[in-house]
Each structure stands twice: as C-alpha cells, then as structure tokens.
Design a protein around this ligand. Structure first.
Ligand SMILES: C[S@@+](CC[C@H](N)C(=O)[O-])C[C@H]1O[C@@H](n2cnc3c(N)ncnc32)[C@H](O)[C@@H]1O
Length: 376
C-alpha cells in the first residue's frame, strides 16, 4: 500500500496528468525512506558499539554524529533525499501546468470565497520566514509573483498529499481532525468553542474540520502567505465551507485581548525559531478568554525523537529537506514558554496522541504531541 487514503479529487486538484506518475514517485519515495532508515539504523548501531560505556544519550549522540555525517553511504542517502523532494515538487508543477487553464477557471469562479480573505500587503514578514523555503518548496510559502496569485497554495495543496502519501487524509486534514477527535473530544469533552483561530493555517487544510465539528463557531485562519490564503479561500468555497482567512503574523495578531475561545496551530511551531515559539505562546494567552484553550499540535518524531535514529533523521532534515528550525527548542522548553506566557503550571498539559487517519486504520501509535494550555 503506497497511499493510506485516496485523495479527494476536488476541482482545484490538478487532473490532467496520469495518476501513475504520482503513484510511481510516491512508491519510490516510500522504498527509499525504508532503505534510508535501515541504513541509519545499521550505521548508528555500529557506531554506538564503539562507546559501550557511554550511557548519556546526548553525549553518545555528539560522539557518533561526525562519523555519520562523514559516512559516504549516508552522504549518498542525504543527496537522494533532497533529489526526491525536488522531484516531488517538479511533478506537482508539471501536473499544474498541464491543467492550468481549467484550474484558473475554477479559481476565478471561487476567488471571492464563501468567507472573507483580508490581505495586508504592508505586513511585516518575520525575518525567520523571509529566506526560508521550507521543504525545498520552489519559491517558498510566501512567493506571490503576480497580482492575485494563488500558485503557492495550489502547489502546496497537492504537494502535501504526495508528501504524506495519504496519511494526512483525503483532504490533508489529518492535523485538524486529530486535534478535534484525539485531543478536544478526549481530554476536553465539554468544551464548545465559539470563536476559533488557527495560526499558520497555510491553505486551511486543518482549519476546515473545525467548521464541521463546531457548526456554530466563527473559524478564522491566519498565515503570512497571501497566495496560500487566496487559494485557501477558493478551496474552502469549492468544498462548500465558510472560513475567514487573514494575512497576519501569529506572533503578534490584530485580534483583541480575551477575544477567542480556542487558539490552535498545526505543525507551525517546528517551522519557526525558539524565540518566535515563545511569542506564539504569549500571543495565544493574550487572545484567549478566561476558560479558553490553546492547542499547538506537533510531530512527535520532530519534538521528541524516540531514539538516535529518529534524532539523526530530525537533525538532518534541517538541511537535507530545508527545515532550519526543527531543533530550535528542547522538549522541556515548552512548559517554560507556557509559564512565561502566564499559563498556570497545572493548566498546561502535554498529550501524546495517535493520528486521526492512522487510528481509523487500526494504528494506535502516538504520532502527535499536543501542547495544551487553559487560561484561568
Ligand atoms: C507547515 S505549514 C502549516 C500547515 C497547516 N497548519 C496545516 O495544518 O495544514 C506552516 C505555515 O506557517 C506559516 N507561518 C510561519 N510563520 C508564521 C507566522 N509567524 N505567522 C503566521 N504564519 C506563519 C507558513 O507561512 C506556513 O504556511
């Protein structure tokens, strides 16, 4: 099985390319990753055997790391890792090009969206996002080459599906569904938010599930990227959902003090440096009403790698897959960020939860970490 779920072929997904192209690439990436992890495991096992008396995992890691980075087979693997990621984007760009006229027509028919998009061309983009093309995405999240461009959003939407090979669900909404079903329903069953804000929403993959889960709520997604948001609004309209989008900085928003019930983010924190993460926690606290809840969802592999293989993978994603901020905070820093933001110590909880689609397919393994704070 290459894809866990089939992709939902909504009208903004490129349709004129042969599906076998995506399948062949996804299959190659899957096989490559299996081989790469086996290689890491084999080399790490051999390296740690040379330090039988070293029990401290941090010191052990520091000792074996240079040898891993200089191992020729591992260097080849890193090279291939980057090439396959570039190939993924190239496939998506080609698929978009083949279907450009139809996609433009769909976008134009839905561009005003069913909610609102508030763009701000004078927004100060944080320096840490200005030169970063996370995941080697051509042009990065912020590319906005022409007036009313929606290209970055289109590229991201289809690219995420291929990258996740269906593990993010038919609509790439795994993370929002996971917060709703594995965090809120399980740990805060009586919580009924009315005003919800999704920070770093990108094209709204994780934002949209909140409209179905809380039909009475006003749901807003913010991001720095205008093109992502334009596409997100059109996509929401294609899918018949009503969401508000705004171009704002999650570290310092325009929303009022104590104006929101629920502030969420989904895989935002690992893409910003530690200082920005602290500001997001402080901003979340400022925005929440008393009794309101903050939930930041992150990948367990990235925040808390379970072993040295996971740690080596995480740390080399920094340059092999352009993820510069992955290890910017130690796991134990997050409770401190919450305390500094004024969450009471007992009001900050960390939950390790399975993914929504994985658990629906019988995989209860915790894959996500939810950093949750209630404002007293
Ligand atoms: C990995 S993507 C998020 C994916 C999305 N939350 C989802 O669940 O599908 C990270 C997003 O965070 C945005 N971002 C990064 N720093 C930000 C900031 N300071 N304020 C708002 N958005 C930010 C990026 O533009 C990008 O769209």
């Amino acid at each position: 099985m290459v894809f866990l779920c089939p992709q939902r072929q909504h009208d903004l997904i490129p349709q004129a390319h042969p599906p076998e192209t995506d399948l062949a690439l996804a299959s190659e990436i899957k096989d490559f990753r299996t081989w790469m992890f086996q290689l890491f495991q084999q080399k790490i096992s051999a390296a740690i055997a040379t330090y039988p008396d070293e029990e401290d995992q941090d010191r052990l890691y520091a000792k074996i790391r240079p040898g891993l980075d200089n191992c020729p087979e591992i260097m080849v693997a890193h090279q291939r890792r980057g090439e396959l990621q570039d190939q993924l984007w190239a496939n998506v760009l080609e698929a978009i090009d083949r279907d450009r006229l139809r996609l433009d027509a769909v976008y134009n028919a839905h561009r005003s969206g069913s909610g609102r998009v508030e763009l701000n061309s004078t927004l100060n983009i944080p320096v840490h996002q200005q030169k970063t093309h996370i995941h080697r995405m051509p042009g990065g999240y912020l590319q906005d080459l022409e007036a009313d461009s929606y290209g970055s959003g289109l590229l991201y939407d289809h690219g995420v599906f291929l990258y996740g090979r269906g593990w993010f669900g038919p609509l790439n909404d795994e993370l929002g569904q996971t917060v709703i079903h594995q965090v809120l329903n399980q740990h805060y069953p009586d919580f009924q938010p009315v005003n919800i804000l999704d920070l770093g929403c990108s094209v709204g993959h994780s934002t949209l599930p909140y409209t179905s889960a809380y039909p009475e709520a006003r749901v807003t997604g913010i991001d720095l990227g205008a093109s992502l948001l334009r596409y997100g609004a059109a996509r929401a309209s294609v899918l018949g959902e009503t969401v508000q989008f705004a171009q704002q900085n999650a570290e310092s928003t325009d929303f009022g003090d104590r104006s929101l019930d629920l502030v969420v983010s989904h895989i935002l924190l690992h893409e910003m440096p530690g200082a920005a993460r602290r500001r997001v926690f402080a901003e979340s606290y400022r925005l929440l009403k008393p009794g309101g809840l903050m939930v930041h969802l992150e990948s367990q592999l990235f925040l808390e790698p379970p072993n040295l293989v996971g740690r080596y993978f995480r740390d080399t994603e920094v340059w092999a897959n352009s993820e510069p901020y992955l290890a910017s905070s130690k796991f134990e820093d997050f409770p401190r960020y919450a305390l500094e933001a004024e969450f009471a110590p007992e009001a900050f909880q960390i939950y390790r939860v399975p993914g929504h689609y994985g658990s629906q397919n019988g995989d209860p393994t915790p894959r996500w970490i939810a950093l949750c704070g209630t404002k007293n």
